[in-house]
Design a protein around this ligand. Structure first.
Ligand SMILES: [Zn+2]
Ligand SMILES: [Zn+2]
Length: 372
């Protein structure tokens, strides 16, 4: 159990005046603004002891039954607990910072968007972006002062950045610390600000920055350029610049992961007889063998002609899906020939055969193109 008399360092016979004096001495010594946040618990304990012993009624209860007689940790029979008193008279504990605040603070991150072509995602590309951010003032180099002049120690706080005030309260005189309003807590003032940046240490500027876009990027990816964001107030270090990418859709090639997809239309006869297809890929013209008897929706894979892998070597594949074109308008001669073919193949009265849906075109389509 905490002995409140011991905490305040007074005998059990101490007068109200002695208790008050002991408390003031301890509060001054242990106040977080003086003793640092480590002393905060002890400081609160002292406050709690004083709250009880300075109140004759509570003191009597405490003397009779110890802490428990006061009804738990609140002890606030009067309608407000210790923390209320604490905050009213001391401010937020340990909240005021010690020492002057640096003038330069880190700047914000910046975000810019960049559109690239699918080809750029396949191979990677060197790009440039124009950014409009705060940059270090070239006239004062972020010192905020007119060249040839310098900052001056604040006459109000003498460089401490904070001012102490003695406030009278019913708990006695209490020291409070608050940022110096004369210097904004910096401890120094600028008698002669830099004319270029008005003493801000930074100016707005439009710059062109090179960006290396690696192969494999996709829409929504962000490239981080460390230290290329906004220079902070007072010429503080710059934040980072993020370049968010959007890959424009391509009229021919679709993308899924690192693979590219294309569809080619092949006449029915060519699919049956076989042919050679010429396809313009990102790597130049490619010859694709369409084997005799190629079926609708068949996919021909050209390995390594897809998108470069973002995290690793190699590239995805280029997948070409074959669409078989069935002639829709036949003249007499063509119909005659087809009928002859059908007869030859015993297909004049062919019955459509039902096949399991799972092995059919629909599921293959779904498997290959879902998500794109
Ligand atoms: Zn300047
Ligand atoms: Zn000051």
């Amino acid at each position: 159990m905490n002995d409140y008399y011991e905490i305040l360092g007074v005998p059990r016979t101490a007068t109200q005046e002695e208790i008050k004096r002991a408390y003031r001495k301890l509060a001054r010594k242990l106040h977080p603004d003086v003793a640092g946040p480590e002393a905060e618990d002890q400081f609160k304990e002292v406050g709690r002891a004083y709250e009880v012993l300075s109140n004759p009624e509570k003191r009597q209860m405490y003397d009779l039954g110890g802490e428990s007689a006061l009804g738990g940790n609140g002890g606030g029979g009067a309608g407000f607990g210790f923390s209320d008193i604490f905050e009213t008279f001391f401010g937020a504990a340990g909240g005021a910072s010690r020492g002057p605040a640096p003038r330069g603070r880190r700047g914000q991150d910046a975000l810019i968007r960049l559109e690239v072509e699918l080809r750029d995602a396949v191979f990677g590309v060197e790009e440039e972006v124009q950014v409009d951010t705060a940059v270090l003032c070239g006239t004062c180099n972020g010192t905020c002062t007119r060249p040839g002049t310098s900052v001056q120690t604040c006459a109000v706080c003498h460089g401490r950045g904070s001012v102490q005030r003695v406030a009278r309260s019913f708990l006695g005189n209490v020291m409070t610390t608050s940022p110096c309003s004369a210097c904004g807590g910096h401890g120094t003032t600028i008698p002669d600000p830099c004319p270029e940046c008005s003493g801000q240490g930074r100016v707005r500027n439009r710059r062109t920055i090179p960006v290396s876009v690696p192969a494999g990027v996709d829409t929504g990816n962000r490239i981080k350029l460390t230290g290329s964001g906004e220079v902070g107030p007072g010429g503080g270090p710059a934040g980072d610049l993020y370049v968010e990418l959007r890959v424009r859709p391509h009229p021919v090639f679709a993308r899924r992961g690192d693979d590219l997809y294309a569809r080619v239309e092949v006449p029915m006869t060519a699919a049956a007889l076989g042919t050679v297809l010429h396809l313009e890929t990102f790597d130049g013209p490619e010859e694709i063998d369409i084997a005799p008897g190629t079926q609708p929706e068949e996919v021909i894979t050209l390995e390594g002609l897809g998108v470069g892998r973002l995290n690793g070597p190699g590239r995805g594949d280029l997948k070409v899906q074959v669409d078989v074109e069935v002639p829709s308008a036949l003249d007499d001669r063509q119909r005659e020939l087809l009928l002859e073919l059908a007869t030859l193949r015993g297909e004049e009265r062919a019955e459509p055969r039902l096949t399991p849906a799972s092995s059919g075109v629909f599921s293959r389509l779904r498997d290959r193109f879902s998500g794109r």
